[in-house]
Design a protein around this ligand. Structure first.
Ligand code: SF4
Length: 367
């Protein structure tokens, strides 16, 4: 007789397979004790039940408008102080030229726009950026400014978070990316970010965006100094906010890239996380979020293409996007930018069904 997928699994795994919501202690048990194959098998089964076999991705172009940043996060290889030779800030004209290239030459339907916390840019810079893009390419979706950037802009310009969001929405903002979440738990957060909002402030800015009708992604940066407990805490905080707002489009667990970061230079992290840990984080996230937030994205830029393919069998149902022109992970030694066809081939190789989606997870076409 064939054994069931869960035979030998922990009580937490049995709960997940029975469709029960997992508690914090269940999540911790899965992070520490569960057999990885059983965990992946359960996450894959739940993914199939919730999302089917389609794997989605968006034609996306990344626009990192400035690398000048008032913060100095030890996790970051991207930021520069304004006096450094390779510091840059794009003008509205440069941004529009890049947007035209993205849409006309690469077929992008989404611009993913994030940058450093520039200490001198006013709110009008961000408004004009969006207005200029929309004037030239009204059809492209502008997914711009993480909740962490929104919080910073509000503080800098002495506006409320709500006022900043309203002004940017009026300018044409369609959605928010999910970066800057990192790890919410303060015991980890204080070691990896300096000068960035707290986890609570990030969640509050995301909630306010959702209440204004702006949907957002949400990320988690893992694989540095976090404890497994902090991974579980992070995902549960996301789950609880999403129950209230229904505002997140997808959860994107991001594997930390080490190269050129202060965490590497100070010897605080000496190697990137092993793939079994990465797969465990993705599978546990899928189980914790089940029946609440059903999209779990696999970011191939950070994971690498081969592990990303495996991760699609550990709970992932989305590959984020083509990610042309990404600068942040590039600064930490990763390369980005691929074609829809290559992503589709990666999906076909694991016998799943590729589909191009839009920013809000509507299917545009199967491939
Ligand atoms: S992670 Fe973001 S906020 Fe922190 S230093 Fe880098 S660009 Fe600045």
């Amino acid at each position: 007789m064939l054994k069931s997928d869960s035979e030998g699994g922990t009580p937490a795994l049995e709960k997940a397979l029975a469709g029960e919501e997992l508690s914090y202690s269940d999540g911790v048990q899965l992070m520490h004790d569960e057999n990885l194959f059983l965990l992946g098998s359960a996450a894959d089964r739940i993914r199939r039940n919730l999302c089917g076999d389609v794997v989605t991705f968006v034609a996306s172009y990344y626009l990192n408008y400035t690398n000048v940043c008032a913060a100095s996060c030890p996790l970051c290889a991207f930021y520069r102080k304004g006096t450094e030779n390779d510091a840059y800030t794009l003008t509205a004209e440069q941004i529009v030229a890049r947007a035209k290239e993205a849409v006309d030459q690469l077929g992008a339907t989404e611009l993913h726009i994030v940058g450093g916390f520039h200490p001198k840019l006013g709110l009008d810079y961000y408004e004009k950026m969006i207005q200029a893009i929309k004037a030239e390419k009204p059809q492209v979706k502008v997914k711009a400014f993480t909740p962490a950037e929104i919080f910073f802009i509000a503080r800098l310009t002495k506006n409320s978070v709500k006022e900043v969001l309203l002004r940017l929405k009026d300018a044409g903002l369609d959605a928010l990316p999910g970066g800057g979440a990192e790890i919410f738990h303060p015991d980890t957060r204080k070691k990896i970010v300096i000068g960035k909002c707290s986890g609570e402030e990030w969640l509050d800015a995301a909630q306010q965006a959702h209440e204004l009708g702006l949907r957002s992604n949400v990320t988690m940066l893992f694989g540095h100094v976090e404890k497994p407990e902090h991974v579980v805490d992070h995902v549960i905080r996301i789950r609880e906010l999403h129950k209230r707002t229904k505002g997140f489009t997808t959860f994107i667990p991001l594997k930390f890239s080490l190269e050129n970061t202060e965490l590497e230079q100070k010897g605080l992290v000496t190697a990137e996380s092993p793939s079994p840990y990465d797969l465990r984080v993705i599978a546990v996230s899928r189980l914790l979020l089940a029946n609440v937030l059903n999209n779990v994205s696999v970011y191939w830029v950070a994971l690498g293409k081969k592990v990303a393919q495996v991760a699609l069998s550990y709970g992932g149902n989305d590959m984020v996007g083509t990610a042309h022109s990404e600068e942040i992970f590039k600064a930490a030694g990763k390369s980005s930018g691929t074609s829809l066809e290559e992503l589709a081939n990666m999906v076909r190789e694991i016998k799943r069904e590729p589909a191009q989606r839009d920013t809000f997870f509507n299917i545009i076409r199967t491939l």
